[in-house]
Design a protein around this ligand. Structure first.
Ligand SMILES: [Zn+2]
Length: 734
């Protein structure tokens, strides 16, 4: 069966007409022909529509989005197909719902090649295509890079101790990256080709920590994050719109919203209420009616056909439709929207949720289904299921029909035969594919309190307060042993507490349940290595690499095993494979730099660290190591600059302080070196190297008493230093 039928009846005519119009050159309002437009798609993660000024929020600081809405069209209601980053973006980028593309959760799924992306369409039509993403779920290994000439998913290491490294890039840096790419392609003379760019901002995602300037005047930290994105989007738009080239079509939307406590949910991912599935959708450009507020319900799947339409590219079969005529002021008949969350099933072992939404009503399919009359109950507080059983059943039948008709491709990451067998034995295979909805399991409404506890006392503190997290997660697992997410989070907490054997036990338990994801396998490998089981670690990681050939993380962990085994050639080979998968992966560059240091190849080491710093000027570890290389290769001026930056970013960086002091002293800047040596003594352990450096520098400045004091301390640490002892005697201080 086809996943979605060809349009019939009056729709066929409308589409044929749109096609005929689209095949000609787009007409500007004045009737003059203009060039093929450049197209910018902006997705803002975790952005509720009702937190923007243009959507009626009085406390908003969103002048750029509001201005875009004034000169473009703002869809009053736009619906996301999942409250999760990867599935929702997959729908935006392909024009099909998760039933059509098979990406049902973050991680563990790769967008299948059967789901064509709009970037592929644009590229085929001769567009330059570039993407700049800011969050881990959109890394290229999940398949979102398909069709893009350039896919920038560089996420800085970050220094939030609560989170894993490399999860997020802030909006200022994403805008910087997009502007730098525009500069470079302009310089290369590529601007004759039209441009399709996708820019994704992640800031409104929890934790909410906007820079101070965006927080000023914000009603909440969440609003501050939105204000920050708005300002950075403003910078991008100003630049794109000031160019003399082609006209520009801009479409801004979000992958999902944020519950902010509504219905008992803190963030997003479980429920399908409007707090998380209603998003903004604003489009601006030639032919858009200025200030229009179309009532036509917009959906994530409509984005692809809409943008192809504006660009004059041939329409192709999707599950969505072009909203171009609606944005020009025409009222289109509403089409229902499908939404789902399999997250409760896949992560908690509960029932999944499915929603069917018309312009007026929403059905949420659950063990206890819900029905809302959105006209009178926009906040979805009064379940009308028992009052309106006929409508409830009619909508359930419609939802069921759509779900059964779909042929959902398998988008789960490739698994090796052994894992597949084990999964099949446990009944997991196909559970996330086109199979009919699971109606059993706990209703997520009854489990939301557990989700909140898991989030607040488990996930957010697993790395910083591991013992507290372990207590809470153990209690949660006692209440609901099927909560796989609690088990994997507890493994992370055990690892943070240094309890590697306990972490391994939880992860092996997940493996037994057939639920060990590739990420989990990496954590398992790391804990086996840290617990002293290098061989077992290698076995787990090699298997994960075979099953996930495009995933860099297990290769990085395997390299760490090789480094511990002192097999530097194997480590180097693993890092090199990472760079083949992810050019500029900072951990691979760092690893190769460290290996070059061990092998005495300063030039190679310097080149690797320099590349990391180029990609992320705030990477303190790379700044420090590059500074040290510069000290050792006799380039003190460069070293001083690098190390000063490292110390500014991390004032307690003992290594950077030591080498900075040394480089200053060696450059004849003894008076500047002394206070840096003293700071180094204050932040790190005393060592003869620091004390002798301080003594010699004080001596240069004629401070004989101060020098003698430092040498005496040094001799206390290690009396076997005849030269220091004799210098001390020469100073007349035995
Ligand atoms: Zn998201």
């Amino acid at each position: 069966m086809k996943p979605f039928g060809r349009p019939r009846g009056p729709f066929a005519f409308a589409i044929a007409l749109t096609l005929a119009m689209a095949c000609g050159r787009a007409k500007a309002p004045g009737g003059t022909t203009h060039a093929t437009p450049d197209v910018l798609l902006v997705t803002i993660d975790t952005l509720r529509a009702d937190r923007l000024g243009c959507y009626g929020y009085a406390a908003a600081h969103t002048p750029n989005l509001d201005a875009l809405a004034r000169r473009g069209a703002r869809f009053a209601v736009a619906v996301a197909h999942a409250p999760l980053t990867a599935p929702s973006h997959a729908s935006i980028l392909t024009g099909v719902t998760p039933l059509g593309h098979g990406v049902r959760d973050n991680g563990a799924y790769v967008l299948p090649s059967s789901a064509r992306t709009l970037a592929e369409d644009f590229r085929q039509a001769g567009y330059r295509t570039a993407a700049f993403v800011s969050g881990f779920p959109l890394k290229r290994r999940f398949g979102f890079d398909r069709g893009f000439d350039s896919y920038d998913d560089h996420l800085p290491r970050g220094k939030d101790a609560r989170r894993t490294a490399y999860v997020e890039r802030t909006a200022d840096r994403t805008t910087d990256a997009a502007l730098a790419w525009l500069d470079a392609s302009g310089a290369a003379g590529e601007t004759r080709k039209p441009l399709f760019a996708w820019v994704h901002y992640f800031d409104p995602h929890a934790p909410y920590e906007a820079p101070a300037e965006a927080m000023a005047g914000a009603a909440s930290p969440y609003d501050g994050e939105i204000a920050f994105v708005d300002a950075q989007l403003g910078r991008l738009l100003q630049r794109l719109e000031s160019r003399p080239q082609a006209p520009l079509v801009v479409l801004v939307t979000a992958d999902h919203g944020e519950s902010l406590g509504e219905h008992g949910e803190d963030t997003h991912g479980i429920f399908l209420y409007d707090a998380t599935v209603r998003v903004p959708l604003i489009v601006a450009g030639p032919e858009v009616r200025e200030g229009a507020v179309p009532e036509t319900v917009a959906r994530g799947i409509d984005v692809t056909p809409t943008l192809l339409d504006y660009a004059g590219l041939p329409a192709r079969t999707t599950m969505g439709r072009s909203l171009r005529r609606a944005a020009a002021g025409e009222r289109l008949a509403d089409e229902p929207a499908y939404s789902e969350s399999l997250h409760p099933q896949l992560q908690y072992g509960w029932a999944p949720l499915f929603a069917w939404r018309t312009a007026k009503h929403k059905l949420i399919e659950a063990p206890r289904p819900e029905l809302y009359d959105l006209d009178v109950d926009a906040a979805e507080q009064k379940d009308a299921a028992s009052r309106d059983p006929q409508r409830l059943e009619a909508m359930r039948r419609e939802l069921s029909r759509v779900m059964t008709a779909a042929t959902t491709p398998s988008a789960e990451t490739a698994v090796d035969a052994e894992t597949k067998e084990r999964l099949a034995a446990l009944g997991y295979v196909g559970s996330a594919g086109g199979a009919p909805p699971v109606r059993t399991g706990k209703d997520p409404k009854d489990g939301i309190g557990l989700v909140t506890r898991l989030g607040r006392n488990g996930m957010t503190v697993a790395r910083t307060e591991p013992e507290k997290a372990i207590r809470e997660l153990t209690a949660l697992l006692r209440e609901d042993p099927g909560m796989l997410v609690a088990l994997r989070t507890r493994a992370v907490a055990f690892a943070a507490a240094g309890r590697h054997a306990d972490a391994v036990r939880d992860l092996r338990e997940l493996e037994k349940k057939g639920a060990l994801s590739a990420e989990d396998a990496v954590v398992l490998g790391d804990n086996l290595r840290l617990g002293g089981h290098g061989k077992e670690a290698s076995a787990v990681l090699e298997k994960t690499i075979r099953a996930n050939p495009t995933f860099a993380q297990p290769l990085l962990s395997l390299a760490a095993v090789h480094v511990e085994e002192r097999d530097l050639a194997a480590a180097s080979a693993a890092y090199t494979k990472v760079l083949a998968l992810e050019p500029d992966n900072p951990e691979a560059l760092r690893g190769l730099g460290d290996l070059a240091v061990v092998q005495g190849d300063a030039a190679q080491a310097g080149a690797r660290y320099a590349r990391i710093v180029e990609l992320d000027p705030t990477d303190v570890a790379a700044l420090t190591k590059l500074g040290v290389v510069k000290v050792r290769t006799g380039a003190p001026a460069e070293a001083i600059q690098l190390l000063q930056r490292a110390v500014e970013l991390d004032p307690k960086n003992a290594e950077a302080l030591l080498y900075l002091a040394g480089a200053l002293a060696a450059s004849g800047r003894a008076s500047e070196a002394v206070p840096v040596f003293e700071r180094r003594l204050a932040v790190g352990p005393r060592s003869t190297m620091v004390l002798n450096g301080l003594g010699l520098t004080r001596l240069q400045l004629g401070d004989r008493g101060g020098a003698a004091a430092a040498f005496r301390e040094s001799l206390k640490l290690d009396p076997r230093q005849p030269e220091i002892a004799s210098t001390l005697r020469e100073l007349g201080q035995p």
